[in-house]
Design a protein around this ligand. Structure first.
Ligand code: NI
Length: 201
C-alpha cells in the first residue's frame, strides 16, 4: 500500500473516531441535562419567576429561599391529571406534618387567559391551605415555563370551553437556594413524595 494512501486512511479513521467520541460526549451531556442527573453538575431546571398569586399579590422565587418549593405547572380546566396531582401534593404536605412548614407547594398555570386571580382563588381552595397558585401575563408564564422546561400547547377541545392544553406533568422539588433537587412523575403516591421530600429537609 502506498505511503500516501495509508496516511489518508489513518487520517480518515482518526477523524471518524474524533467525531464519534465528540458526538457521544455531546449526547451524554444533553442527556444528563434533560434528566437533571447529578453528573451534569448543575441541572438546568428552575430559575427566576415573578407572578401573581390567588390573592392578587405579586410573588417571586426569591421569597422562597431557605425553604423547599414543590412546583407543578398545569391549568384549572384540566379534567383529571392536574387536580389529581395537586391532591397528591396536598396529601404529601399533610404527611410531612410540622416539617411541611419548610415546604411551599406551588401551582403555576399554563393557561393565564382563563386562569385569572379569581379563578385560581376558587380552584386553590380545593387543595392544601398553603398552596400558592400563580398566574401572570402570557409572557411571564412563558418565561417561567421555559425556566422549568415545561412544554404546553393549546389544542382545540369543545368539551373544555373551546380548548385544552397538552402540558408536561412533572412535580419539581426545588432546594433552599432555588436549585433543582429532584422530580416526581405523574403516578407518584403522596407517601413516596413525602418520604423523598423528608430526605431533603
Ligand atoms: Ni393537566
Amino acid at each position: 500500500m502506498p505511503q500516501s494512501r495509508l496516511a489518508r486512511i489513518v487520517t480518515v479513521v482518526s477523524l471518524a473516531l474524533i467525531l464519534a467520541i465528540g458526538g457521544l460526549l455531546a449526547w451524554r451531556l444533553i442527556e444528563a441535562r434533560q434528566t437533571g442527573s447529578a453528573s451534569a453538575g448543575v441541572a438546568l431546571i428552575g430559575g427566576p419567576f415573578s407572578l401573581v398569586d390567588q390573592n392578587g399579590k405579586r410573588r417571586t422565587d426569591a421569597e422562597f429561599r431557605g425553604q423547599l418549593m414543590l412546583v407543578y405547572f398545569g391549568f384549572t380546566f384540566c379534567p383529571d391529571l392536574c387536580p389529581a396531582t395537586l391532591q397528591t401534593m396536598s396529601k404529601a404536605m399533610d404527611a410531612l406534618g410540622p416539617a411541611g412548614a419548610r415546604v411551599t407547594p406551588i401551582f403555576i398555570t399554563v393557561d393565564p387567559a382563563r386562569d385569572t386571580v379569581a379563578q385560581l382563588h376558587d380552584y386553590a381552595a380545593n387543595f392544601h391551605p398553603r398552596l400558592v397558585a400563580l398566574t401572570g401575563s402570557e409572557a411571564e408564564i412563558a418565561a417561567a415555563s421555559k425556566a422549568y422546561r415545561i412544554y404546553y400547547q393549546k389544542v382545540a377541545d369543545p368539551a373544555l370551553n373551546g380548548y385544552s392544553l397538552d402540558h408536561s406533568s412533572v412535580v419539581y422539588l426545588m432546594g433552599p437556594d432555588g436549585s433543582f433537587l429532584t422530580h416526581f412523575s405523574a403516578g407518584a403516591t403522596a407517601e413516596q413524595m413525602a418520604e423523598k421530600i423528608r430526605s431533603y429537609l
